[in-house]
Structures are given as structure tokens and as C-alpha cells.
Design a protein around this ligand. Structure first.
Ligand code: ADP
Length: 590
């Protein structure tokens, strides 16, 4: 796999990465493109030469047709040959551009999903999606621009023309050669400015995109506050400032074209002057003049194309760099080299002196130690912000502890593959968000070989079967974006069914704080009861009714365990007693 390093994301390095991926995966096709393009370029250089011969024969007053006949089929062959080879190289380049775009697109996306939650916390998903999208298309265009669009053919043609004219008439060769450095300079200076404009443009586009994503994602809130027009106005302001900057960049393009045309015109006049002078002196035939003029025409096309492509490629590389930035993002939680596959839990899970701060700042857990024995149900209770959910996400290894370790049958979970750990654990978050897929797919999400019978059985245990049957297409009903077509309780029950189906070694349930319908409450209680003894359970409880029968209740406060025991034992503990009374009296979640 090609390594992408964060400090190597400048223009040339990105081009190198793209060409490297092209060459390493499609070496022979790539060489084929170069070969076919050289053939097309060579043939293109021949056409003015044949034209010159025909004109000179005509002007010499040749009347014998046989002298012309053989030149015509050769002209046809050369002309068509150049065009066909050109098409072939274009077609292969299109294929390669698609493949390389896909390679980097999927690679960045794969890396994106692998990156730890601490990274995701700080990056908006909508922004990333559109970045990968735009950068992916940019990679396609870079390859199409560099190797398609006849550019290689044109470059070969230019090379052959220069060699030919320098051997025939060195002065003409010089007239052809002179615009090259000038073109290069103009292109370099202007393309740098265009690239800078592009950076600004990217930022403005991201900002506009974010605004729209934010508003469309919160359509209910927007509507409930009657803010439709304001949201459109905000987006319009941001989009317009993007378009204004876009116009600025276009003006730079125009300036570039003006410079090019000027250089081109001067060079044409120089060649004409040379031709007229040499003709009068009798050192150049009319045929040769036509030939040189045709060569000049041919030599300008790659130059114009090159400047256009160079500037465009600079823009595109800027855009593509967004994707490489993601691919280069270090993954501090990546599996270690000899990571072990976690076996089914045999003894239990231990939090051993675990200390954890969110992003190095918020002190969420302080020197926390406890064990979850196999088959037992452990409940965490405590005030909001005490650190309960943090315990759950650390067990899932969404984050790593700053100090201490979490042991799975004595194995530090840092030393296990993330995939095996997550396969052994089912997690029911507080607010279960579903995929915009069918109910069946949502339940079967975490299970490799789910059968219909097993899905239905799990749904029945989670008290979800009856309401599922009442939806328009039953198990095939699609739940809407983030599951909006279902109520919070229904979503939670589907999440419970998903967890029950997966038969995990450890079930982590973050009970909802909001008021649950009685059906969902009993679904939670039944599943806890059903799994008791079969599966190790860690329950973040907001209702004491759910956990009265837990084997162990841990009272968490300010990142520490302040009391532990069964419900009966804990009733003697003042903090627990306070929580109990609070709930008992107000009938509110803790
Ligand atoms: P509980 O589940 O008991 O309500 P949490 O474990 O969610 O508590 O939170 C513990 C502490 O960590 C709180 O101070 C909370 O504000 C903070 N916290 C939780 N999640 C994050 C996060 N993603 N980034 C920063 N701080 C967080």
C-alpha cells in the first residue's frame, strides 16, 4: 500500500502519489498509453511533411499523376493513424482515471471510518463527505488532464517537430523554442495566484455546504421556529460569496489567455518574416513555407494545452489534497502489528486504574477500578455527567484510557484487533439512531449470518414484532433518515432486537434518559432478564426499576466509583438512598 504522510502534501508530492498509484497498479496499461501516444505524435509530425512534398511537386509543374498517387494513401494512412492512436490512448486514460479515482476515494473513506472517535468529534461529517466527493472527482480530472486530452500526443508531436526543424532550419527551430520559457513563466506566476484563489474558494464552498447540510439535517427545528426563509437567506449569502470569488479566479484565467495570444502572435509574425525573407532569397520553397506554418500551428496546440492543463491541475491538486489529508491522518488507535483476535469472554472484564480525559482536557474518569464477571449484570448509576457513558465508550475502545488498562480475560483490549472487540460487544446507545434502510436490515446489521426466523425471534423478544407488522411493509419498511419514521421507543426496541440477535459476549446498554413508553420499558426489562446469566451486561441505568435485580450496582460520581453493592445493600448508602428517594418521589429518571 502506498504510504501517505501528512507533511508531504504539497503539489508535486500529490502528483507523485497519483502517478505512483497509477504506475504500481496499472503499469502495462500506462506504458501502453505512452507508447500509443508516441505513435500518434510521430504520425502527426509526418502530415505537414507530406503536404510540403505535394505542394512542391505542384509548383514545380509536375504533370505526371503517378508521382502524386502514392502520396495520397500515405497521407490518409498517416492522418487516420494519428487520430486512431489518439482515440485509443484517450480511452485507456479514461479507464485508468476512473480506477485511480476509485482507489483513492475508497481508501480515504476506509481510513475515515477507521479513525478514532476523538477525531470524528472534531470534524463534521457533512463537510468530510463533500470533501471526499470533490477530491475524488479532482483525481479523475488530474489523470484525464495529464494523460488524456491529447496532451501526451501533443508533447510527443512538439518534441518531434523541434528535432525535425532544428535539423532542417535551426532558425525556425529557435522561433518554435522561444515561446516555451515565456509560456512557462506566465503559467507559473498566474497559476500560483489561481491556486491561492482556489484555496479560498474551497473554504467558501465548504462553508456554504455546511450551512445547507446543517439546515436540511434540522428541518424539523427550522420549521418549528418558522425559520425557512432565514435559512435560505443565510445559505444564499454564503453561496454568493463563493460565486463572487469564483468569478475572481475566472478573471485570472482570462488574463492568462491574453498573455498567451500575444506571445503566439509575435511568434507567428517572426516565422512569417523568416519565410518571406528566405523565399525572396530563394532558399525556401512554397511547400516548405506551408510545412513550417503547419508545424507552428501544431506546436502551439500543446503549449496552449499545457498552460491550460498546468493551471487546472494546480487547482485540481488543491482540491484532491483534501482527500489525501484524510488518508494521511494518523490513526493512534490502529491495530498493533501482532494484535490478537479476542476470544469469547470466559472470565470477565476488568477496568484497572483507568483514568481518562476527553481531548486531554475534560477529566471524565479518575483511577477507576472494577470487574465485570462473566454472565453477571452490572449497573452504573449516578448523576448526569458522572462518567457512566464514558465507561461504556472506553469498553468499546472508542477512546483509549490515558492511564490504566481495560482487560478482557486478562488481555489489554489495546492489544486486540478493534474488529474482534466490536464483534464481541453489542452497544445500545441512549438515542438509537437507525440507518435509512429496512427494519430487517437494521436488526440484522451486526450479525453476519442472520436468518429471517432469528430476526423475527429477536424482534419478538424486544417487543418490536407487533409494531413492525403494523408498518406499511412490515420488516421491509424503510425507516427514514436516521429512523425518523419511528418513535424514540420503537427505535430503541429495534436496537435491542439488533443487540439480542448479535449474541454478544458483552452487552452495553445506555438506557434512555427521556420518558420511555411502557412497552419499551418492559422490552428493556425483559431483555435484561432474558440475558441474565447468558451474557455479561453493563447497564447505564436512569431508572432504578430496570436494575433492581442487577448482580452489582456501581454508584459513579465525578469519575469515581463511590459505592458498590446490590440494591438491598446499597439502600444503606446515603448517595444511593438519595438517588432512590429522588426517583421514587418524583418518578423521574435519575
Ligand atoms: P454520564 O454518562 O454519567 O452522564 P458522561 O460519561 O457522558 O457522563 O460524561 C462525563 C464527563 O465527560 C462530563 O463532564 C461530560 O461533559 C464529558 N464528556 C462526555 N462526552 C464528551 C465528549 N465527547 N467530549 C468532551 N467531553 C465529554
Amino acid at each position: 500500500m502506498i504510504e501517505v504522510k501528512k507533511q508531504q502534501l504539497q503539489f508535486l508530492n500529490i502528483l507523485r502519489l497519483i502517478v505512483k498509484s497509477l504506475f504500481s497498479q496499472y503499469k502495462w496499461r500506462f506504458i501502453g498509453v505512452l507508447f500509443v501516444a508516441a505513435l500518434a505524435g510521430g504520425l502527426q509530425t509526418l502530415t505537414p511533411k507530406i503536404l510540403q512534398q505535394i505542394i512542391d511537386l505542384l509548383l514545380a509543374g509536375t504533370k505526371t499523376l503517378s508521382e502524386f498517387w502514392w502520396l495520397l494513401p500515405i497521407y490518409l494512412f498517416v492522418y487516420l493513424g494519428a487520430a486512431y492512436f489518439d482515440f485509443i490512448s484517450g480511452r485507456i486514460v479514461y479507464y485508468l482515471a476512473m480506477k485511480i479515482e476509485d482507489y483513492w476515494r475508497f481508501r480515504a473513506l476506509h481510513h475515515y471510518f477507521q479513525l478514532p472517535l476523538s477525531w470524528h468529534d472534531q470534524h463534521e461529517s457533512g463537510e468530510i463527505g463533500s470533501r471526499i466527493d470533490r477530491a475524488g472527482s479532482a483525481i479523475f480530472s488530474i489523470i484525464a488532464e495529464l494523460f488524456g486530452h491529447n496532451i501526451i500526443v501533443s508533447l510527443f508531436t512538439l518534441l518531434f517537430i523541434l528535432i525535425f526543424t532544428f535539423t532542417q532550419a535551426p532558425l525556425v527551430g529557435l522561433i518554435f523554442l522561444l515561446p516555451l520559457p515565456l509560456y512557462g513563466l506566465v503559467t507559473y506566476v498566474l497559476s500560483m495566484r489561481i491556486a491561492k484563489g482556489q484555496v479560498k474558494l474551497n473554504k467558501l464552498a465548504d462553508r456554504a455546504q455546511r450551512t445547507l447540510f446543517d439546515a436540511t439535517g434540522n428541518i424539523r427545528t427550522v420549521k418549528s421556529f418558522g425559520k425557512e426563509q432565514e435559512e435560505v437567506a443565510l445559505y444564499a449569502r454564503r453561496w454568493t460569496s463563493y460565486h463572487d470569488s469564483d468569478y475572481e479566479v475566472e478573471r485570472l484565467w482570462l488574463r492568462q489567455s491574453i498573455f498567451q495570444t500575444t506571445i503566439e502572435a509575435i511568434s507567428r509574425v517572426l516565422l512569417l518574416a523568416y519565410c518571406v525573407y528566405s523565399f525572396v532569397k530563394g532558399t525556401l520553397s512554397v511547400g516548405q513555407i506551408v510545412m513550417f506554418l503547419s508545424y507552428q500551428q501544431l506546436s502551439f496546440s500543446p503549449l496552449a494545452l499545457l498552460t491550460y492543463i498546468f493551471t487546472r491541475v494546480r487547482r485540481l491538486v488543491k482540491r484532491a489534497s483534501q482527500l489525501f489529508k484524510i488518508a494521511a491522518e494518523p490513526d493512534p488507535m490502529a491495530d498493533i502489528e501482532d494484535a490478537v483476535t479476542l476470544p469469547v469472554l470466559r472470565e470477565g472484564i476488568t477496568f484497572n486504574h483507568v483514568t481518562f480525559r476527553y481531548h486531554g482536557k475534560v477529566h471524565a474518569l479518575k483511577d477507576l477500578t472494577f470487574s465485570l464477571n462473566k454472565g453477571k449484570t452490572v449497573a452504573l448509576v449516578g448523576r448526569s455527567g458522572a462518567g457512566k457513558s464514558t465507561i461504556a465508550v472506553l469498553a468499546l475502545r472508542f477512546y483509549d484510557p490515558d492511564e490504566g488498562a481495560i482487560l478482557w480475560d486478562g488481555i489489554d483490549i489495546k492489544k486486540a484487533t478493534r474488529k474482534s472487540l466490536r464483534e464481541r460487544i453489542s452497544y445500545i446507545p441512549q438515542d438509537s439512531v437507525l440507518f435509512n434502510r429496512s427494519i430487517y436490515d437494521n436488526i440484522a446489521y451486526g450479525t453476519k449470518h442472520a436468518t429471517k426466523e432469528k430476526v423475527i425471534r429477536a424482534a419478538k423478544m424486544a417487543h418490536a414484532h407487533d409494531f413492525i407488522l403494523k408498518t406499511p411493509q412490515g420488516y421491509a419498511s424503510v425507516v427514514g433518515e436516521r429512523g425518523v419514521k419511528l418513535s424514540g421507543g420503537q427505535r430503541q426496541r429495534i436496537a435491542i432486537a439488533r443487540a439480542l440477535l448479535a449474541q454478544p459476549s458483552l452487552l452495553i446498554m445506555d438506557e434512555s434518559t427521556s420518558h420511555l413508553d411502557s412497552e419499551t420499558e418492559s422490552a428493556i426489562q425483559d431483555s435484561i432478564r432474558y440475558l441474565h446469566g447468558k451474557t455479561t451486561q453493563l447497564i447505564i441505568a436512569h431508572r432504578l426499576s430496570t436494575i433492581l435485580h442487577a448482580d452489582l450496582i456501581l454508584v459513579v460520581d465525578q469519575g469515581k466509583i463511590v459505592a458498590a453493592g446490590t440494591h438491598q445493600q446499597l439502600l444503606r448508602n446515603p448517595i444511593y438512598k438519595k438517588l432512590y428517594n429522588l426517583q421514587f418521589k418524583r418518578e423521574k429518571p435519575l
